[in-house]
Design a protein around this ligand. Structure first.
Ligand code: UGA
Length: 426
């Protein structure tokens, strides 16, 4: 049984059923359940539709909006959302709702596997607070997920590691059986350590990004080129080439939320995590820096028509949660610019972002028409491979491109007549 058909839940449910397990996926959103029952994925993820269709047809995968623990359920995987609260804390209300239901419903032994990202220490608290009250023995196992959006199915079958935290050998073995067809190093530890692996990994990757953004900013000041610098740096195997792409910083539903939550947990425990504070601050600063760079190039933003290319927080996803594009659009609007946004797949911006009056199009050449400047927020293939000759024709002087992802070939772009500004690119 998998509770929650969001990113992690739906990928877990489909992939586990594909591996031959009998999976019931519970999702309280009835519309989502209706859609999933018809074989239509509710997330944009390569390969998921095929598995979904196959497993619905062979009966290994079922969906329901009713929370019922069937008699033969051995394992319940919790994959509900743990969003950020305004003060950085994690909102555990969805997780706690599930625990309340388990306590009421359960009549036979069960292994509860936590895949939702919960801060270090929370698993032990949940165990004490809820599971002792259940009518049947419940064992708790932490099994954090390291899937990347847009590559989630591939990541499921090819993980760098599988982390399992728990104190019952029997339950840990049961969880290991779920992954018997997956080759990866498996690390067994206590619940809190497993929770920490997840946060430490995301915080470390976020640190790499903010570090390289600081170096890029310094490159701009001293005349070095970040692309050359990172290519050579990355060849040191202790550093590695990944997560050294400078630009507008990290977005998405994970890094921003998890870095804030770890910082909160640190403060709560009397630990001043200065490095992490700086990582968060640098990340926010990159978006402001980009708009400042554009303002400097244009003289002023008021009355200028600016095309924002790429709304999703990264390519190959339609997710706009904490996307740098949203902050950039807000800042541009605040400065009086007229904004038109393009994304190859994002169709609208959630009302919660407050940007509901921004024009969005899925046609790049339409977006750039009469623009004085463009800001590239996502390195989509459709943007990199756009017909830049045509883009030039459609735009209005001074035809500035702020390449927030350093993804365009500067020399060719300048040769076409554009004024190019990168993030640490010479
Ligand atoms: C991230 C982690 O990579 C996953 O391992 C983890 O499971 C997931 O969070 C999670 O906690 O659920 P994801 O948010 O899908 O996955 O995205 P990433 O591919 O890691 O990218 C995150 C952000 O960092 C994006 O905005 C991306 O543009 C930015 N980034 C990434 C850079 O600015 N520079 C880089 O070099 C790499």
């Amino acid at each position: 049984m998998v509770v929650g058909a969001g990113y992690v839940g739906l990928v877990a449910a489909t992939c586990l059923s594909k591996s031959g397990h009998n999976v019931l996926c519970i999702e309280k959103d009835k519309n989502k359940v209706k859609q999933l029952k018809m074989g239509v994925p509710t997330i944009y993820e390569e390969g998921i539709k095929k598995i979904l269709t196959e497993c619905l047809a062979n009966g290994n995968l079922r969906f329901s909006s009713d929370f019922v623990i069937e008699k033969d359920t051995e394992i319940m995987i919790i994959a509900v959302g743990t969003p950020s609260l305004p003060d950085g804390r994690v909102d555990l209300s969805y997780v706690e709702d599930v625990f309340r239901k388990i306590v009421v419903e359960i009549e036979h032994p069960l292994v509860v596997v936590m895949k939702s990202t919960v801060p270090p220490g929370i698993g032990e608290k949940l165990k004490q607070h809820y599971l002792n009250k259940a009518k049947a023995p419940i064992s708790y196992v932490s099994n954090p997920e390291f899937l990347r959006e847009g590559q989630a199915i591939w990541d499921w079958y090819n993980p760098d590691r599988i982390v399992i935290g728990g104190d019952s050998a029997e339950s840990i073995d049961k969880v290991l059986e779920l992954y018997s067809d997956i080759e990866a190093p498996k690390f067994i530890m206590n619940v809190t350590s497993a929770e920490m692996v997840k946060y430490a990994s995301n915080a470390f990757l976020a640190t790499k990004i903010s570090f390289i953004n600081e170096i890029a900013n310094l490159c701009d000041l001293v005349g070095a080129d970040i692309t050359s610098v990172t290519q050579a740096m990355g060849k040191d195997q202790r550093i590695g080439t990944q997560f050294l792409k400078a630009g507008l910083g990290y977005g998405g539903s994970c890094f921003p939320k998890d870095t804030r939550a770890l910082e909160y947990v640190s403060t709560l425990n009397g630990h001043k995590f200065n490095l992490l504070k700086a990582v968060i601050e640098v990340n926010q600063g990159q978006r402001i820096l980009a708009v400042r760079k554009l303002k400097k190039a244009l003289g002023e933003l008021n009355g200028q028509r600016v095309g924002v290319l790429g709304i999703a927080f990264k390519p190959n996803t339609d997710d706009v949660r904490e996307a740098p594009s949203l902050s950039i659009i807000s800042l541009l609007l605040d400065e009086g610019a007229e904004v038109i946004a393009y994304d190859p797949i994002v169709k609208g911006i959630n009302l919660k972002s407050g940007l509901f009056n921004v024009k969005i199009t899925n046609d790049l050449l339409q977006a750039v028409k009469d623009c004085n400047a463009l800001v590239i927020c996502t390195e989509w293939r459709e943007i990199i491979n756009a017909d830049w000759d045509k883009v030039f024709e459609k735009m209005t002087e001074p035809k500035v491109i702020l390449d927030g992802r350093n993804c365009l070939p500067k020399r060719q772009i300048v040769e076409l007549g554009f004024k190019y500004i990168g993030m640490g690119v010479q």
